[in-house]
Design a protein around this ligand. Structure first.
Ligand SMILES: [Fe+2]
Length: 188
């Protein structure tokens, strides 16, 4: 049996029981805030709009607790809050360069569409490959440069905010929509 000693990078792909409720909430146009500049994403082609935070902490709470139960020792008191949420719309050729969400602890992406061939694809970047013998990549798929996530409608992927990720170019005329957000975790 092999062990993973350090949890610097991890992710959890969850299919929530109340995914219809979550999707309906995410797509509620009354949550959209007036358009404003984002401080990041200058190198990408994307359409982003901030959403009001109303309801997100409550909707995501059971899944955040589920994910953190595998990372934080049982009995350690902590609190969390959803601090930032925004909606991304990918039209043809839209993409997101590799980036992280430093300044927060946990980030998430909720998929509003089933993944279809030619759609933009969310992927994690394996930063360790530049420090790893090239031949490892040849003999083990686990040492790949990146890991694509093909989410289904309503799925949520959680990951540490420092974890480098990107979105490949969208090669379809059907827009792809995701809702992303950042969560702060504090030890109480
Ligand atoms: Fe991101």
């Amino acid at each position: 049996m092999i062990e993973t000693p350090f949890w610097n990078d991890f992710f959890s792909l969850i299919s929530p029981e109340n995914q219809n409720e979550i999707i309906e909430h995410c797509m509620n146009p009354s949550l959209e805030l007036p358009k404003e500049e984002f401080e990041w994403g200058d190198e990408c082609l994307s359409e982003k709009v901030h959403l009001k935070l109303t309801g997100f902490t409550e909707l995501l709470e059971p899944y955040v607790i589920q994910v953190l139960s595998e990372v934080i020792d049982e009995g350690t008191p902590y609190g969390f809050s959803v601090d930032e949420v925004w909606k991304n719309t990918y039209h043809r050729y839209y993409h997101q360069e590799q980036h992280d969400h430093q300044g927060y602890e946990l980030s998430f992406v909720i998929f509003m569409n089933d993944y279809q061939e030619n759609d933009a694809k969310f992927y994690f970047v394996n930063e360790r490959t530049r420090l790893t013998a090239e031949s490892w990549g040849d003999v083990s798929a686990l040492m790949a440069d990146s890991l694509p996530i093909e989410g289904k409608k309503g799925d949520i992927v959680f990951f540490p905010s420092h974890m480098l990720h990107g979105v490949s170019p969208h090669q379809s005329d059907n827009p792809r929509i995701t809702v992303s957000g950042n969560i702060s975790i504090t030890q109480l």
